[in-house]
Structures are given as structure tokens and as C-alpha cells.
Design a protein around this ligand. Sequence first.
Ligand code: NAG
Ligand code: NAG
Ligand code: NAG
Ligand code: NAG
Ligand code: NAG
Length: 455
Amino acid sequence: MLSHLLTLAITATSALVAAQSADIRDSVGPLTTIASKTAVRTCDITDYGAVADGQTDISDALNSAFADCKAGGVVVIPDGDFALATWVTMNGGTAWALQLDGTIYRTGTGGGNMLFIEHGYDFELFSSTGKGAMQGYGYEFHLNGSLTGPRLLRFAKMTSFAVHDIVLVDSPSFHFSMDTCDSGEVYNMVIRGGNSGGLDGIDVWSTNMWIHDIEVTNKDECVTVKSPAKNIIVEQIYCNWSGGCAMGSLGGNVNVSAITYQNIYTWTSNQMYMIKSNGGSGTVSDVVLENFIGHGNAYSLDIDQYWSSMSTVPGSGVQLNNIQVTNWTGTETDGSRRGPIKIICAYDAPCTGVDLSDIKMWTESGDIQKYVCSSAYTNSSSAYCLSSGSGEDGEQHAGFDAATVTVTAAPSGYEATTMPGDLATHSWGTTAEIPIPTIPSSFFPGTGPIKALAG
Ligand SMILES: *[C@@H]1O[C@H](CO)[C@@H](O)[C@H](O)[C@H]1NC(C)=O
Ligand SMILES: *[C@@H]1O[C@H](CO)[C@@H](O)[C@H](O)[C@H]1NC(C)=O
Ligand SMILES: *[C@@H]1O[C@H](CO)[C@@H](O)[C@H](O)[C@H]1NC(C)=O
Ligand SMILES: *[C@@H]1O[C@H](CO)[C@@H](O)[C@H](O)[C@H]1NC(C)=O
Ligand SMILES: *[C@@H]1O[C@H](CO)[C@@H](O)[C@H](O)[C@H]1NC(C)=O
């Protein structure tokens, strides 16, 4: 018995190390300071023909400024109202920065990405005042029932970069996606989109990313990891009326590992965290979801490997292993219909090493809540609705149909604080202009931003 326990303890400890080995906070971000880039050169778009009249397309000026500063320097979009009618791709560039102190207003209607920044090295997109913004006027598309407009911002294959202290508003489509990047930091940002699916906040599939102190208002992804991804830390996130944070949707040949979300506050969203797939193959391993607070959400923890909103992908299912979920408090909307724990793993690829601890949540309506698990195994002792089964004897984990635990009393200590800024109603729909907010001074109860706000 003792040796059995010891084995478990050692396994658990090494798993924790594996999950947390991804502490990349000190090794991400640009390699050169803004001061030294400025000393090399600044390229102010108003010296290249841009006019802050909210009407004249700045794309030629921005392209010219980028061409002159891409080998080292700072492209400056100064305070003022600038129009973007033609989308700009900034490809390559080393030791450069884009200082966005003004506001870029979308005036063109093409699809694609308003700003596409790719293949750069040692880069920083920032506002020195915290007032730089992109206004996508997505409502002009959405009131026609269309999501065909551009994304605001896309990064691809960027290395050693940061994005911070800017505001993204009302994208016609996704707000900000980062794919195939390495060693990036994103922080001190507000994203405020329309109240509709298809208007994702941040989507990331990359390696070595630190994303923190972000507020998202929309009705789709808050901060979401897609495949492939490795070593990503997401912390101090305020999903201020959103879809919620998630992983996925996951399809074939999934390869996701070492993902940590902590200090995540979710208000009136679809879920506090969802891992979503339907069929598919590959693995997700070493995920930590800790210190979550939620209120008014439909789902809380929602692992759904039969997610009906995506079509089935060939394969017996994405294998989830070593998923640690710890210290969740707050309340869900209706714990009887949608309990705080729902873990539906693939029957032919059961989840292993799912560890839940201190999940202390309670329902806002009625007086019961349900935990539902199927094909979900924990390596420690069975708890909530999980099955124990370490697989130590080499046994195969068998799929099992949903096991439901009905809880009739509130877990002690479930109460959790709220954020003062919680939206009472979603004032920003999809049919009217959405105002540009200021960056808040807190993104998680009781904490300030990890890095000082600009301005
Ligand atoms: C929305 O529809 C109106 C009326 O057909 C049209 O004038 C407008 O250009 C459309 N908006 C966009 C962004 O396509
Ligand atoms: C998964 O991604 C890592 C890099 O993040 C890579 O080293 C590994 O080979 C990939 N595994 C598979 C099965 O593709
Ligand atoms: C649990 O999370 C809360 C924030 O919701 C935090 O204040 C507390 O320190 C956490 N507890 C532990 C044991 O980490
Ligand atoms: C849990 O057990 C599985 C084998 O069943 C193993 O692959 C995995 O590494 C273990 N995870 C942890 C957290 O111990
Ligand atoms: C949450 O969103 C609402 C509406 O956008 C806003 O009024 C409030 O300030 C936001 N909260 C914070 C902390 O910014």
C-alpha cells in the first residue's frame, strides 16, 4: 500500500513539474527596447503623406514608413483619427516597432486582415499612451447579417515580440489571431466586440506565449488556444460578457501541450473553460486550469469531445492527458440543466490523468447541481464524477457512459467576488457603433496588471 501511494505521489509531482515547466515569462517578448529602436530611426506616417482627418486612406503612408523602418526603428501612428481603406501586410522586419497612439478607423470593406504582421523578429506593437485603438465598425457588416468583413489584426510566424496597451473594437470578424509564432507576450489590452458568435477575441496557436491582463467583451472566444500549441501561459483574463476561454475546436493530428490558464474571471459567458472536439486524433497534454471565478455562465468546466457545433472529424478522438483543474469558485446559471462539471471524453480515447480539486461552485437557480463525466479517468482517487484508474498495470482505459453525481448542498467556500465593471446588459449589440473603451486598471479581482499600464 505504501509503495503504491509513493508511486502515485511521485507520478503526481513529476506531472506537475511537466505541466509547469512552461514558465516562459522571462524569455518572451522583444529583444530590443523602444528607446534603442527610436534611437535608430523613427518613421512617422504623417511624414509619408498620412493625414489625421478620419478619411484619407493611410495604407500607402504606412507601407512606406514600414519600408524605411523595417530594418530597425519605430513606425509611428501619432495621436489622431486615421482611416484605413486598403489592408496592409507588414512582412519581415527586424528590431522594429509599431507605435499606435492614434485610432485607425476601418473605411474599406475587403475581407482578410486590416493589419497583417508576419515573419518579423524582435517586434513590438504598442501604444505609448494606452489610447491607441483600432475601430472596425463591424456593426456595418453585422446589421446586414454578414460576418464577411476583415479581421482587425493577424500575426503569423512572428518571433520575440510583444503587443500591449492597445484597444481593439468591433471587428467585422475575429479581433486578433496569432499563428505559428514563437516567444510572444500580449498584455494590457481591451477587446470589445459585438454580441454575436464569429467575433473571436484572441485566438492563438503558437509556441512560448505569455498572454495576460486582457479584457474581452463579445459572444465568442475570449482567449482561446488552438492546435498546434506548446508552452502557453494565459493569466489575469476578464471575460466581461463573452463566449469564454477555450481550447479548440480540435480536429485531426492535434498537438497541444503545456498550457496553463490561471486567474481567469468569467462573467455571463457560454462557459468558464471549454475543450471542444468531435472525433479527431492526436493529443492534448499537461493542461492546468487554476484559480477561476465565474458568475452567470451557462457552462463552467465543459470538456466536450462530441461537440455538436462542429462536424465529426475522422479518428477515434483527441487523447487528453494530465488535465489539472484547481480552485474554481463562483456560481453557474442553472446547475441542474448545466452543472459546473461536464467532462464528456471520447469513448474510444478516454481522458486520463484528469485531476479536479477544490471545484467549489454552486447554482444561481434551483437547489441542485450535477456533475457529469463520461470516459474520464483520474490518476488520483476518484472524485466528483471521475473514475479512478491509473493504468499502472498496463490496463487499457475503457470508455464509459455518463456518470452523473447530483449535489444537493452548496460546497462550502463557493462564494466569490465580482468585478465592479461587470456588464449588466450587453449594451453593444450588432447594429450600432460600439464606443472605444479605456483600458481598465484590473483584469482579475484583487489584482492589478502584472506590467504597468502605459500612459
Ligand atoms: C449593408 O447593407 C447596406 C444596404 O444594402 C449597404 O449599403 C452597406 O454597404 C452594407 N454594408 C456592408 C459593410 O457591406
Ligand atoms: C508536437 O509539437 C512539438 C513542438 O511543439 C514537436 O516537437 C513534436 O514533434 C510534435 N509532435 C507531433 C506528433 O507532431
Ligand atoms: C484560489 O483562487 C483565489 C482567487 O479566486 C485566490 O485568491 C486564492 O488564493 C486561490 N487559492 C489557492 C489555494 O491558490
Ligand atoms: C496518468 O496515467 C496515465 C496512464 O494511464 C499516464 O499516461 C499519465 O502520465 C498519468 N498522468 C499523471 C498526471 O500521473
Ligand atoms: C465591462 O464591460 C462594460 C461594458 O463594456 C464596461 O462598462 C465595464 O467598464 C467593463 N469593465 C471593466 C472593468 O472595464
